[in-house]
Structure formats: C-alpha cells, structure tokens
Design a protein around this ligand. Structure first.
Ligand SMILES: Cc1cc2nc3c(=O)[nH]c(=O)nc-3n(C[C@H](O)[C@H](O)[C@H](O)COP(=O)(O)OP(=O)(O)OC[C@H]3O[C@@H](n4cnc5c(N)ncnc54)[C@H](O)[C@@H]3O)c2cc1C
Length: 601
C-alpha cells in the first residue's frame, strides 16, 4: 500500500520531547497534517485494547537471559553475557559505545530510554519535579565565586550557561504539562513558585515512608509529597479512569492499566483518531536531507524494513538526546549541504549531560508491603536552596526523594541484588550461584520490604569534553554508525555527589528521631565500577539552546541555527541538566515550543 508522503509537520519520537508538540498542533490546528514516527511498537493498555489485554505484562526485562553474549567487534566486553528486554534495543543490534576509564571501548545499553510509542515515559519511575529558578541561570549564580569545590581551573564559571528562557517563561508550561499529563503530589513546601496547582491528591504514603517523615522532621526539613506521573483520580483531559494505583513496581515496567501518565496515554491517545493525525510505530528515521536551510526529506525504514521517505514543512527531532545527535550527525555524513548547515560551530554533540545521582539506604526493623504505594512518597528541596548550595561550596543544587519501589516485590529485589547497572542486571545472581535454597529464602526474608532508600538528583557540570560522536567502526544492524559516548565526572560533580549522599545518609540516620540509626549503604554514581558510563536514563545536552549562534546549537525555540524548519526538542536542548529528574521539564519545554510553532503554521 502506498502511504501518504507529504505532511505539514513530521515529529520523530513520541516521548516527552515529541508528544506535547503533536498534541498541541493536532488540537489547535485541525487543518494541519501531523505525522509522528517512532521506531518502537505501539503497546495498548487494557482499556485501549479490543480484547481487554494489555501489551505490557510487566515482564519487560525478562525477555531473554544471560545466554546472550555481546557480539560487537572491537569492544573490550565482547563475549560478556547480558540481558535484553523487549522495550529497549538489543545491545548487539544497536550498541551504544562508551570509552571506559581504561581507555578501551565497551558496548552498552546505557543512553537509551525505551523504544515503544511513548518512549521513556512508558517505563519511567514518573518522579516529576520542576527545576528551580536558579537551575536555569547557573552562569549568573556562579559569577565571581571563588569557593567552588573541586574546580581549580574555574571550569564552572567558564562552562556554565544560563538558559535563554527564565523560570517565569517556562512556568505556564509546567502548569500546562501538569494539567494535561496528569500527576499526583503536593506543591506546598516545594522550593519553586507555582502560579497554578493541578496535582491530584497523592495516595497515602506507604507505611515504610513514616521513617522518612521522622528523619526529615528531626532535621526540620520542609518536605512535600513527591509529584509522580501517576493519576490517583479520574483524569478528564486524557479521559482516563483511576482505580487504586499500587504500582510500587512501575519503575522500569510499563503500566497495563494506563494510570502511569506516559505521553502515549495522556497526550497521543486523545488525538489518536483525529483525522489530521497519523502515528507510524516501528518506523525508524534513518537520516534527513536538506536543500539549503530546509529539511527536504526524512528518510525512513518502515515497519517491514523498506526504505522510503516522508516530507514535512516542519521537522521535529525528539529521539532522546543521544539518538537525536546521532541522527543529525548521520545526516551530515550523508549530505554535505546538511553538514554545512548543521555545523555552524563545533558544538554539535558537545556538552553532553546526565545527572549527578546517588543516595543512601537503611534496613528497617520490620518488613513492609512496599508494593502498596506508587513509588516515591516524600521529597525535599533543602539541597536546592541558594543558601545550601553556597554554604557547601557547590555550583548548583539537587532534589532528594525516597523510593519505595526498590525491593518492593521479589522481582525488583532480584534485579537490584549486587548491581543497579543497566548493563549487568542479575549480575548479583549470576556471580553468586550458591544463592539457592535456605540462603535464597534467608535473603528474601532479610531484604524484601525491609529497606528504605533516599535518592538525590542534581546538576552535572557541563564540559565540552563530555560528548557524543559517531563511532569510527561500530555500526548498528542497519549499518548506521553507532553513537560513541565520551564522558567523565568533574571534581565539582564528585564534591556535589559526596555532599548530597551525605545529606541522604543524615536524614536516614535520624529515622530514630535522634540521629543514631545505622545507615547500611550510601554513595554516588561516580564510585561504581561502571560509574563513567552510567546515565540514569537522563539523556541531556549535546545540542544546547541559547541566544548566541556561536555558542549554541539551537536557538531559544529549539530551532537548529542553520535551518529554517528543523527543531530538536528532547533533552538535548538543555545547557545544564537541572536539579531534578528531567522529563517534566522536557515536556513543559515542548509545550512552549509548540506554541512557537503555532505562530509558524
Ligand atoms: C527506567 C526508567 C526510569 C526513569 N525514571 C524517570 C523519572 O522517575 N523521572 C524522570 O523525569 N525521568 C525518568 N526517566 C527518564 C525519562 O524516560 C526520559 O527523560 C524521557 O523519556 C526523555 O524524553 P525524550 O523525548 O528525550 O525521549 P523518549 O521519551 O525516550 O522518546 C524518544 C523516542 O524516540 C524514538 N526514537 C529514537 N530514535 C528514533 C529514530 N531514529 N526514528 C524513530 N524513532 C526514534 C524512541 O523509540 C522513543 O520512543 C526514566 C527512564 C527510564 C528508562
């Protein structure tokens, strides 16, 4: 069947960066034709599917076992066993490559989110904090300071950039995203101004989170219920019903009931049957072609693998940071004209970012049914205040929140034993084959529902040396060059992570009310064996936006400087990574860009 070729708007990627634009344009401009391409499949929830069965079964990471071996020529982890899932690319098919601290290249699954319609928002944990006003102006905030730890060369002052938009510019779009997508939580005590609150009432906290309340109160920290992308009440904008979400295990799993507010259920399903909208799942955008400053064609491989193309008067790239940068670079390799327009400076792929993250954990005296709650119950912004940041010699702050989904079920207990690393789930068990019978039973008894943890998520120092390139030799199954991730942690990142991990531990020490409770584990990502490769699914930077074409890849509306009709709206646009999980901010920014696009169509 010959499919339509020409559209007004083509959006590549249906996750946080793409869906808000599709939703806005389809609703606001019925005469406009909007096409969304996604390389992943379309998974229905129970209420969307004709037979009442969901395509998500919460078996996402169980598809294959350790019998799979890495087979990527030239990498130093060749032959190592790995697990793969049906919602992430298989490492052998689509490897990301990173340079390890030993200088050798390794294949990794890090740097991917989830490849289904809805992208990472289908399997994410849904922690949805706003960034603070200071997060968006860290250059200004740090000017003239001499007290920044771990920064003898003044990297922070040289490399930090203010966003070209302020918190006030973004705030109406936070409100819009929160209303249309659907979140539960509380605003009081958050360290960010709200002009409107549309959170639904959060579920009662899990009983284990009472320890967090005690710990935070003992230290007189302002706490609030963590905003989560899970509806607890019927959600009119997306027509969803809420039952009694007790999805303590949503993190890394799809939600068969659709209460987790993925962009698929909240933004795309409401426009799915609109005559001006088309969604093509299982369709890979391979590269773009240009004529002068216009993107003329989007080359694709359709669901049968056939090569084809579509055209759009506007083209929005939202493949999640690394893959968007890769798509642009591959397009430049295929087309000298495209390369000339893209490389207005040497910044494409540079200043790749993730977050500084880590936390602490205690074993509680009793076991609790942690599956009864949604995930995180309490959060605090006390490490995000300007006072805290300066008092601790930090360049920026971060948020702290507790988790209840860790070790909520035997399933999640198992996958976090010995490793939280995306490349080595189950390592704990494969390395410990004596864990059977009584030992297994003791392990489950001693751990299931007994641990409570606090995590922090904080700004990472932007560095030009942290970058995405095309790997010179490794290719994916379509013979496209793989993304090459080259990054490391800055001295200030380490100082910041040490400080915030200590804060998490301090709260947990106070769960007895006085500060003597024993913390069983605490630390940060940079300390791990694979610390250099860890990205926490927060894939940011690489095409930062700004006001100066010499100093940024995108303008303030996320349009690539050298092109008239090319926009990049996933996390790649961020010049700094923010002191919280990024998805709500990606969504809010996409709603903002959508309003700009409305003035162009
Ligand atoms: C397990 C997990 C837990 C997480 N927890 C949180 C959390 O608690 N809070 C938070 O804020 N964030 C969390 N995240 C991160 C969150 O998912 C991402 O920040 C967010 O989805 C990024 O949005 P995006 O638009 O950049 O990319 P995505 O949402 O991943 O969307 C990109 C889409 O592009 C498609 N695509 C890629 N390449 C192509 C191509 N060439 N052609 C066609 N389609 C393509 C992909 O299939 C994908 O669907 C989590 C992620 C994971 C995986």
């Amino acid at each position: 069947m010959n499919k339509r070729k020409d559209y007004d708007v083509v959006i590549i990627g249906s996750g946080a960066g793409g869906a808000p634009i599709a939703h806005t344009l389809v609703k606001e401009r019925p005469n406009l034709s909007v096409l969304v391409l996604d390389k992943g499949p379309l998974f229905f929830t129970q209420y969307q599917s004709e037979d009442g069965l969901s395509d998500f079964k919460r078996d996402e990471i169980f598809s294959t076992g350790t019998e799979k071996k890495i087979n990527v020529p030239g990498v130093s982890n060749q032959g190592v066993s790995y697990y793969s899932s049906h919602v992430e690319p298989d490492v052998n098919d689509e490897p990301h490559i990173y340079r390890h601290t030993d200088g050798r290249d390794r294949a990794t699954i890090e740097g991917y989110t989830t490849h289904v319609v809805g992208g990472g928002t289908q399997t994410y944990g849904g922690v949805s904090l706003r960034f603070t006003p200071t997060d968006l102006k860290l250059k200004t905030f740090n000017e003239g300071r001499t007290d920044i730890k771990g920064d003898p060369n003044g990297d922070v002052q040289r490399e930090a950039r203010d966003w070209p938009i302020s918190y006030q510019d973004l705030e109406p779009y936070y409100c819009k995203a929160e209303e249309l997508i659907g979140f539960s939580g509380t605003a009081e005590n958050q360290g960010k101004p709200f002009s409107k609150v549309s959170y639904q009432k959060p579920k009662d906290p899990n009983p284990i989170s009472k320890y967090i309340e005690v710990g935070m109160d003992a230290l007189k920290l302002k706490r609030y219920r963590t905003p989560l992308a899970v509806i607890t009440e019927d959600h009119a904008p997306s027509g969803r019903k809420a039952y009694n979400p007790k999805t303590g295990y949503v993190n890394r799993y799809g939600d068969p009931l659709g209460m987790k507010s993925s962009t698929w259920v909240s933004l795309l399903w409401p426009i799915y049957k609109a005559p001006n909208f088309e969604l093509r799942p299982n369709t890979l955008a391979t590269h773009l072609a240009s004529e002068g400053d216009k993107i003329s064609k989007v080359f694709i491989r359709d669901e049968s693998g056939r090569e084809d193309y579509v055209t759009g008067k506007l083209v929005i790239v939202a493949c999640s940071g690394i893959e968007s940068v890769r798509l642009l670079m591959l397009s430049a390799e295929a087309d000298a004209g495209f390369a000339k327009q893209l490389y207005q400076n040497d910044l494409v792929g540079k200043y790749f970012l993730t977050h500084c993250f880590g936390g602490a954990q205690v074993v509680t005296p009793d076991a609790w049914d942690k599956s009864q709650s949604v995930d995180s119950d309490w959060a605090t912004d006390h490490c995000a205040t300007d006072e805290f940041v300066k008092a601790n010699g930090l360049w920026a702050g971060g948020a702290i929140y507790n988790n209840t989904s860790d070790q909520a079920l035997p399933l999640s207990l198992a996958r976090t034993k010995g490793s939280m690393d995306l490349d080595s789930f189950w390592k704990g068990f494969t390395d410990d084959t004596g864990m059977t019978g009584q030992r297994m039973s003791d392990y489950i008894k001693g751990n299931l529902g007994k641990r409570v943890s606090l995590a922090f998520m904080a700004n990472q120092v932007p560095l030009k040396t942290n970058r995405i390139e095309l790997h010179p030799t490794v290719r994916d199954k379509w013979n496209r060059k793989s993304a090459y991730i080259i990054k490391d942690w800055h001295g200030q990142d380490r100082a910041l992570m040490d400080t915030l991990a200590n804060q998490c531990a301090e709260i947990l020490r106070h769960i007895d009310g006085v500060g003597n409770y024993q913390v069983s584990e605490f630390g940060s990502v940079y300390m791990g064996e694979n610390g250099v490769s860890r990205i926490a699914n927060h894939i940011l930077g690489g095409a930062r936006f700004g006001d100066d074409p010499k100093d940024s890849v995108l303008d303030k509306n996320c349009r690539a400087w050298g092109f008239d009709n090319l926009y990049v709206t996933d996390g790649a646009f961020m010049p700094t990574s923010g002191g919280a999980n990024p998805t709500l901010t990606i969504e809010a920014n996409s709603f903002r860009v959508a309003d700009h696009l409305l003035t162009r169509v």
